[in-house]
Design a protein around this ligand. Structure first.
Ligand SMILES: [Zn+2]
Length: 251
């Protein structure tokens, strides 16, 4: 039996959903549906549009058809700007929402390398130069013309510079991100696994009228725990009206 002290908190004022769940060897779609019922929580399944995930219409169609029969949301998670070029817009429109994170930064260091932010050995030679490039990447995603509903895993930094989080994420940068998201009504994911974003950013986004979603970013038994999400949402006093809810739900 799972337990967490946060489970015993008062009733939440926000809709309990986990919109960032990946299928894996350890987590089938049947496992996800069982978890959704057990937790009485709506779940959004995500699939990456990336070299290791969906790369063409046939695969996109196969994914949508595989998930459609189940009572979950169908999410798409492209990894790089330009993702929609080779996919049919009719098929893309069959997804219930599209979420994108800024975790793959091309030319992310002085060696011209592509940085996968989540990897332990992500190599950052100059934190300030990285942040300039990182902000450009954020803006490419947020101000682009491809469909986007949710900005996932915002503000996550590679582990070599994580301890400088509060220095590197200046108020000016945070506001630039909020303004860009606001201009296209893109919701902000609160990522349970990475514990991002932090309170100051959530409050700035809330003030600007942005919506939020909870996402565990899980592919195993941690689906739907959402301990960080619940804690920070309570602290920021988020309520139902602060949340993005996908339009369709299959039940
Ligand atoms: Zn993901």
């Amino acid at each position: 039996m799972e337990s967490s002290k946060y489970k015993t908190m008062d009733k939440f004022k926000f809709p309990m959903m986990d919109l960032h769940v990946h299928r894996s060897e350890n987590l089938t779609i049947e496992d996800i549906v069982a978890k959704s019922q057990q937790l009485n929580m709506k779940i959004g399944v995500m699939e990456n549009i990336a070299p290791w995930g969906i790369t063409n219409d046939a695969q996109l169609k196969e994914y949508i058809n595989a998930i459609k029969p189940y009572p979950v949301y169908i999410g798409l998670q492209p990894m790089s700007p330009g993702w929609s070029k080779n996919l049919s817009s009719e098929l893309i429109a069959q997804a219930d929402y599209i979420a994108m994170d800024p975790q793959i930064v091309t030319k992310g260091n002085g060696y011209g390398e592509t940085i996968m932010l989540w990897e332990y050995d992500a190599y950052i030679d100059d934190p300030d130069e990285f942040m300039k490039r990182n902000m450009q990447h954020y803006m490419d995603i947020l101000t682009g013309s491809e469909p986007l509903d949710v900005f996932a895993c915002p503000l996550f930094l590679p582990c070599c510079i994580q301890r400088k989080y509060d220095i590197l994420w200046t108020k000016k940068r945070l506001q630039q991100i909020v303004d860009a998201a606001r201009s296209r009504d893109i919701a902000i994911e609160i990522n349970d696994t990475a514990h991002v974003p932090h309170e100051d950013f959530i409050l700035m986004a809330k003030k600007a009228g942005l919506k939020f979603v909870f996402g565990s970013d899980s592919r195993n038994h941690t689906v739907g725990r959402l301990d960080y999400c619940k804690r920070i949402a309570q602290r920021c006093n988020l309520t139902e009206e602060d949340f993005f809810i996908p339009k369709r739900y299959r039940s």
